[in-house]
Design a protein around this ligand. Structure first.
Ligand code: DOR
Ligand code: ZN
Ligand code: ZN
Length: 404
């Protein structure tokens, strides 16, 4: 496919160029590429960025598919400009054995509109020997050091340490003092550590210090921990039930510290922690988790509008860095040889974000009060249109590969 007139960043410089793809890859980026006989799409000078790589999604499949499944979750991704997601293991059954993992892989073939990978789950029963069997096929081992949805909390030090020893990279749900503990283990076992959803100024500070020491620690922040805080939770009774997740929303000062840490390079990625629950479920009983993939890019563009981060930094933290940290092959960049995963954005569309438009089975968005900073108009996966003008095409999604 030939995509004409794409506003892109080339070595930090904004340019309008054409992108030519073949066999799912980008093969040329240049001015005025002749059309020849191939399919053409005109981006009309709109921004085109690499497909977003979201390293933190709970697609609920199998076992909790009333909340989401791989098909609906991946449609929400396509709608939001996410072309690769990594799924979390707290499904039913939880992904804590090689057998369960292989079964899940088989089950998901042909279900997704976008590309995907899996995290393996660390278990309190010490499944570190299982990790060896799957290590080349998973993004990381995910461990929960604090209580959250599912039954995956690990409290025994010996088990946690065995899991660190056997993993290639550890993603961790850790809050406050558990962040400090995870960083200590990262140092002790010399394993890369990915701190999921940092939510506090103090946690960003720990990450900054760990990086200054030269440790291989990476940090993620969610759009909700940047844009929402306790004042939103307390705004009304409904919000008091809806805007609840682990880690919980913090203060306005924390929002600001997290934006700063994102802009200055301390925090490495945006991950949504897409954790859909139905509105009825949320309102009936305190349930932690909120949907994310559909509005993450549109909200982060709002951050660009507000001068909180640059477009170049947005691309880094949403596309390039997550692919690099998890060593995902050919993702995260608009460059020759990379997968032609592209998102066309209408930056002039600042319309309100609405529950009514939501694709996810969750059927609600935590960002109703906001106007988008731009709209995803077209999403392309490996050179094929999967989302255009509110229509979905394909289900070409397949499992990602990891290098090294
Ligand atoms: O709020 C959350 N919900 N935090 C998590 O860590 C898990 C997630 C879920 O799966 O619902
Ligand atoms: Zn978590
Ligand atoms: Zn999560």
């Amino acid at each position: 496919m030939l995509i004409k007139n794409c506003r892109i960043l080339v070595d930090g410089e904004e340019k309008v160029q054409d992108i030519l793809t073949a066999d799912g890859k980008i093969i040329e980026i240049a001015d005025n590429i002749p059309q020849g006989h191939i399919e053409m799409l005109d981006a009309e000078g709109k921004w085109v960025i690499p497909g977003v790589v979201d390293a933190h999604c709970h697609m609920r499949d199998p076992g909790l598919t009333q909340k989401e499944d791989f098909m609906t979750g991946s449609m929400a991704c396509a709608r939001g400009g996410v072309t690769t997601f990594i799924d979390m293991p707290n499904t039913i059954p939880a992904v804590t054995t090689a057998k369960i993992f292989e079964d899940k892989r088989d089950m998901m073939i042909g279900k997704s509109y976008v590309d995907y990978g899996f995290n393996f789950g660390g278990s309190k029963n010490d499944n570190s020997q299982e990790i060896k069997k799957v290590i080349d096929k998973v993004a990381s081992t995910k461990i929960f050091l604090n209580m959250s949805t599912g039954d995956m909390l690990i409290t025994e030090d010996e088990v946690i340490e065995n899991i660190f020893k056997e993993s290639k990279i550890i993603s961790v749900h850790a809050e406050e003092e558990m962040v400090a503990k995870a960083i200590e283990l990262c140092e002790k076992y010399d394993k890369p550590l990915y701190l999921c959803h940092l939510s506090k100024a103090s946690e960003a500070k720990m990450l900054r210090e760990a990086k200054a020491k030269g440790l291989k620690v990476f940090g993620e922040v969610t759009p909700h921990h940047l844009f929402l805080n306790v004042d939103d939770v307390n705004a009304n009774e409904e919000n008091h039930m809806l805007l609840r997740m682990k880690p919980e929303l913090k203060t306005k000062e924390d929002n600001e510290a997290l934006w700063e840490a994102l802009a200055d390079g301390t925090i490495d990625t945006i991950g949504t922690d897409h954790a859909p629950h139905l509105k009825e479920e949320k309102l009936a009983k305190l349930t932690f988790g909120i949907p994310g993939v559909e509005n993450s890019l549109e909200m982060m563009l709002k951050g660009v509008d507000e001068g909180k981060i640059s477009m170049a930094r947005l691309i880094e933290v949403m596309c390039t860095k997550p692919a690099e940290i998890f060593k995902i092959e050919n993702k995260g960049k608009i460059a020759v040889g990379y997968d032609a995963d592209l998102v066309i954005i209408d930056r002039d569309d600042k319309s309100p974000i609405k529950d009514d438009d939501v694709i996810s089975k969750a059927s609600w968005t935590p960002y109703e009060k906001f106007n988008r900073g731009g709209r995803v108009v077209t999403t392309i996966l490996r050179g094929q249109i999967i989302y255009l003008n509110k229509e979905f095409y394909g289900r070409y999604g397949r499992e990602i590969k990891y290098y090294e």
